[in-house]
Design a binder for this molecule. Structure first.
Ligand SMILES: *Cc1c(COP(=O)(O)O)cnc(C)c1O
Length: 441
């Protein structure tokens, strides 16, 4: 392995993982079924995971880690949660899929709709990508307009309309960010910077009566953690309403992470369409989108916007979602998790201040992000310095060696789950401090 020389620890064995990765490269593009798993932005080969329990992971070489990736967010209750496991096991004996309605779908919908007043009707799909893709089609069908506006630094899954990045200039048509996306699709997506009221005003001035929807992540958390000002989000809500455009809040990460009403509650706004994924399925593949009765009335078979799925509302996945959300709905769940996260981040901030390291940690709910920058309030994608990612790489390797598993890219946020014990967090804090001493030595 081509490691740099600065390390205070010896590297963990990745022998079995490396062998498995060699095989996988023959089977899958890049050896993986989702690109970021390939560890391209950090040192070494990806770790092949064998099992997880509570906040801990074990890889094929028998290394144990405390996990802060949490399957990229879904595992707010940690790995192998007993109540989720038992609910899934109970369903397994009854069949895996029927392609017909089940009471389980009603149950999960009731749990959500009773605790989330931002939506009146919901449709289950199988991933976040599918949820957002469907929400975009719904917005276009409902408004009878074609153009959508997205923000640089927000990720909404890999559907064609959203694999678009900003061109040059304040307000421009997007450029495709993936081969295989027709320019004609990108021409319908306008990409602007976050936290920029002028750009929003300009968009609506340039394309009057043409914008179906503006889509934003509840709290942008896929390209750093870019927490937007309340004032800006309210401006966004108002300007979309004034212009007859819908506001889509993509809450695939923030939904059920910042509470049942996600970032919509945090910002105290009513978006028009909301999308969910990740936590909603308790670790199984579930996504969803929801809106008012009126807007959802456009979806087939009630309305003219087609959307379907062979495995949508899958009974095993519904059982996992019901078990997970039942736990999250218990009084005090989110308050407890947020307090734990605050204490964790505060201790790190104190250490960083004491050592005067050029690093800031942003946090909201149980999400946190290391910004290797002197800017304590990064709100736009272009405020992130790509060269700072070298520091994350060094930290990531050092943390793996010390038994701490973070997402394999400095643009990824970390998640604290309800399964992280005080001891887990204490061990982690010690490891992070040592890793930072190395990064800034
Ligand atoms: C993860 C994510 C998606 C895509 O969800 P998948 O289940 O990976 O398809 C969409 N939007 C946001 C905000 C996400 O974080």
């Amino acid at each position: 392995m081509n490691y740099i020389m600065t390390t205070s620890t010896s590297d963990i064995s990745r022998k079995k993982s490396a062998e498995l990765f060699e095989k996988a490269k023959a089977y899958f593009p890049g050896g993986v079924n989702s690109p970021v798993r390939a560890f391209k932005s950090v040192y070494g080969t990806p770790l092949f995971i064998e099992r997880g329990d509570k906040a801990h992971l074990w890889d094929a070489d028998g290394n144990e880690f405390i996990d802060y990736c949490c399957s990229w967010g879904p595992l707010i209750l940690g790995h192998n949660n007993e109540e989720i496991r038992e609910a899934v096991q109970a369903q397994l004996g009854k069949g895996l899929s029927f392609g017909a309605p089940t009471a389980l779908e009603n149950q999960l919908a009731e749990l959500i709709l009773n605790n989330n007043k931002k939506i009146e009707k919901i449709r289950f799909v199988s991933s976040g990508t599918e949820a957002v893709m469907s929400a975009i089609r719904l917005a276009r069908g409902y408004t009878k307009r074609d153009k959508i506006v997205k923000f640089e630094g927000c990720y909404h899954g890999h559907s064609d309309s959203l694999l678009v990045k900003a061109g040059s200039g304040l307000v421009t048509f997007g450029e495709t960010s993936s081969a295989g996306v027709p320019q004609a699709f990108a021409d319908e997506t306008i990409v602007i910077a976050l936290n920029d009221k002028k750009a929003l005003e300009q968009v609506f001035a340039d394309f009057p009566g043409q914008i179906a929807a503006v889509i934003i992540e509840g709290v942008p958390a896929n390209n750093g953690l870019l927490i937007q000002d309340k004032d800006y989000i309210h401006f966004l809500r108002d300007i979309t309403k004034t212009n007859g455009s819908l506001l889509i809040f993509d809450e695939v990460i923030t939904g059920f992470r910042l509470g049942f009403e996600g970032a919509s509650k945090y910002y105290d706004i009513q978006p028009d369409i909301l999308t969910y994924g990740k936590i909603i399925g308790g670790g199984m593949p579930v996504g969803a989108y929801g809106a008012s009765h009126e807007i959802m009335g456009s979806i087939s078979p009630d309305g003219a916007v087609y959307q379907a799925g062979t495995l949508s509302g899958n009974p095993v996945a519904m059982a996992a979602g019901i078990a997970a959300l039942s736990i999250l709905a218990r009084p005090g769940f989110y308050e407890g998790l947020e307090k734990t996260t605050q204490a964790f981040v505060e201790e790190l901030r104190a250490y960083i201040a004491e050592k005067n390291y050029e690093l800031n940690i942003s946090t909201i709910g149980s999400i946190f992000w290391f910004a290797f920058s002197s800017n304590a309030n990064i709100q736009r994608a272009d405020e992130i310095d790509p060269t700072s990612m070298e520091k994350y790489k060094v930290m990531h390797r050092e943390l793996l060696n010390r038994g701490i598993y973070f997402g394999p890219s400095g643009y990824e946020v970390g998640f604290i789950s309800a399964a992280h014990t005080e001891e887990d967090l204490k061990t982690t804090l010690t490891a992070i401090k040592a890793a930072l001493d190395l990064v800034f030595q």
